[in-house]
Each structure stands twice: as C-alpha cells, then as structure tokens.
Design a protein around this ligand. Structure first.
Ligand SMILES: Nc1nc2c(ncn2[C@@H]2O[C@H](COP(=O)(O)OP(=O)(O)OP(=O)(O)O)[C@@H](O)[C@H]2O)c(=O)[nH]1
Ligand SMILES: [Mg+2]
Length: 326
C-alpha cells in the first residue's frame, strides 16, 4: 500500500539527513512522525522511525551520563532559544506539546522527561525554539544540561498552580542560584562573580480547578510582581494564546522588514534583532558592505511620517520597514 506522504514530510526527512547532533536528529524524527498520516501504508515506516528514535534517545542518554557535568548544547534555531524549567510533573512537556509540533512523552508520574525535547513555536511570522528539560530538583550545576540554562535567551519557569507554587518557585530559585543563575529580582550589586541574569516568565500551569485559586497571589508574594507570571491550563487551553504573546514579549526582540528602493517590502522574512537595535545594527546583520557604506535609511512604521529619512543610530521598532541607502 502506498504511503502517500505529504511534501512537509520530505522536508522534515531532509532536515533529519542534514542533522548533525542527536537532539537535532530526534527533533527531525519527531517532526516526520507528527506529519505522517495514520493508515496501513505508513505502519512499517512509522515502526522503523519509532525504533530509530528509541535508539537515538538511548545514545543521547548514555552520552549525557558519561559526560556528566560537561557541556550539553543544543544549536539555537529561530528567533530565540528558551527553555522550560521546573520541578517534576508540573507540565513542562505538556506545554511544549501545546505550543509546538513536538510530541514529548507526558505522564502523571515525575521524572518522565529524561533528555531535552525540542520544538519550534510559530509566532506570527517567526519561529521560537522551545526546549523542554528534565525536571530540576537539585543544584543545577550537577545537571548535564546546566550550560543550556546559562546560555538560553530566556527561562520559562513552570509551576504547578494546583499544588504549592510558592514553595516550588522558592526552591527553584535556590537551585538556579547555586549555579549562579539569577532573575532580575536581586539588585545588580549583589551578584557573585560569574553570575548570569536571565529573563524569565513564570507559567502557572494546571489552573483549571479550584485548587489553583489563590496560586497567583501566592507566587506574587515571592516575586513581588517583578517577574511576569501567567496562569494557564494545557488541559482546557486557558491562557495558551496569551502565553504565546508573553513568550514573544520575554525574548525582547523587534522584527524589521527590508525593502529595496522603488520596490515593495519583503513582508515574509523579517530580520529579528534585540530590542534597542539601530539602523546600523540592521545593516551589520544584513552584510558588512551595508554597514561599511551606509549613508542613511528610510523608515515606514515608527517614524513620524512614512518614508522618513533617519540616521544610523535610529532605534528600530517592531514592524518597521527599512530601506537602506548606501
Ligand atoms: N489538571 C491538569 N493537569 C495537567 C496540566 N498539564 C499537564 N497536566 C498533567 O500533569 C502530568 C505531568 O505532565 P508532564 O507534561 O509530563 O509534566 P513534566 O513537567 O514534563 O514532568 P517531568 O518530565 O516528569 O518533569 C500529566 O499527567 C499531565 O496530563 C493542566 O493544565 N492541568
Ligand atoms: Mg516532562
């Protein structure tokens, strides 16, 4: 029986063939399995891919064990790499599954996730990489993916809103701080040498029952409201659309579109730059020649009038259309 596979499957297969690391291979296989239609013609193929995935997972696990404490890295893709962090069973994998195409294992017992799962979250015209990690229940320096926590663009702190989220977050901060990873709660001068400060968003999950009443206030008592928090439920979908927006907000980027003089702008593939980037930063991101020879730019969007000429130090806003003149 023919498999009748859609074109997206072959795109994912190409990604699998080009993948250099085990996590990338696993991500591509996950995508292939997710896209593959369910019928008799695909049974054999599905079984083969599932077997391959199990082998890769075992390889990854034994590698991360033998390299305990060494660097475990996942190549950044898309506009930003953000990681889901939290105690066991809080719903990290459920959140990854709700936001992306990934199909991580989800179960009602703790320590379900053994190695990171990766997914891409589409947001309007960009993609954000989300990494679901095994749970944290100890000093993060002991974890094989410790480095990932330090290099990620932001941390999504997942708490169980139906449990004791204020306790969870207090412990989690202690565990992160043991690895010199801080939020923006503490004053600048207090931090020890080698510390990193991470943008964070608190996700109060499982807010679908009466147990979650009062959870938000309890968490705010710990954070003083300095770290943004959102109540969601992956079970009934509460807050999930808002969550996507907040995740875009926490990575603090702007999307800018470029246009060639006399032509229409390319509104499909924005350049994604950190908030506060200038026209010059955009030019450098495009090509050195642009940066070296930039005279001025014209801006549609944030400028006072459309097509206004601006200097190199003009600060770009989300959605701006820019025409560079060299
Ligand atoms: N009531 C309720 N249950 C949820 C929600 N989200 C996840 N769960 C359940 O919580 C359990 C744990 O979910 P996972 O997504 O596996 O949690 P995790 O944080 O990835 O767990 P570990 O990998 O073990 O750390 C599962 O039984 C889920 O069905 C939610 O919004 N509401
Ligand atoms: Mg999990």
């Amino acid at each position: 029986m023919p498999a009748n596979l859609p074109p997206q499957y072959f795109a994912a297969e190409k990604e699998y063939k080009n993948a250099k690391t085990i996590p990338e291979k696993i991500a591509a296989l996950e995508a292939m399995l997710a896209i593959m239609p369910h019928h008799k013609g695909t049974d054999k193929l599905r079984a083969g891919l599932t077997r391959k995935m199990a082998q890769l997972r075992m390889q990854a696990e034994s590698r991360s064990k033998s390299r305990r404490g060494s660097l475990f890295s996942i190549e950044k893709q898309g506009a930003a790499q953000i990681v889901l962090v939290g105690s066991p069973n809080t719903g990290k994998s459920s959140i990854l599954a709700a936001l992306t195409n990934a199909t991580p294992e989800i179960a009602d017992y703790p320590y379900t996730t053994g190695i990171p799962n990766i997914g891409m979250m589409p947001y309007e015209d960009i993609q954000i990489q989300i990494v679901d990690l095994p749970p944290i229940s100890d000093d993060v320096r002991k974890l094989p993916f410790y480095n990932l926590l330090r290099t990620a663009d932001a941390l999504l702190i997942v708490l169980d809103g139906s449990g004791e989220p204020e306790l969870e977050i207090t412990l989690l901060f202690e565990e992160l701080e043991a690895g010199k990873i801080y939020s923006f709660l503490k004053e600048e001068d207090d931090l020890p040498f080698g510390s990193v400060r991470k943008r964070m968003l608190i996700i109060l999950n499982k807010c679908d029952g009466a147990e979650a009443r009062g959870a938000m206030e309890a968490v705010r008592e710990v954070t003083g409201g300095v770290i943004e928090a959102i109540a969601v439920s992956t079970t009934d979908g509460t807050g999930m659309d808002e969550l996507r927006k907040r995740i875009y907000g926490v990575i603090e980027v702007v999307r800018v579109y470029t246009k060639i003089p006399g032509k229409k702008p390319d509104m499909h593939a924005p350049y994604v730059l950190p908030c506060g980037s200038t026209v010059m930063d955009l030019a450098s991101a495009i090509h050195r020649d642009f940066a070296d020879n930039l005279r001025f730019a014209r801006v549609w969007g944030s400028a006072r009038f459309d097509g206004q000429s601006v200097q190199r130090d003009y600060i770009l806003q989300d959605g701006d259309v820019i025409e560079l003149h060299i």
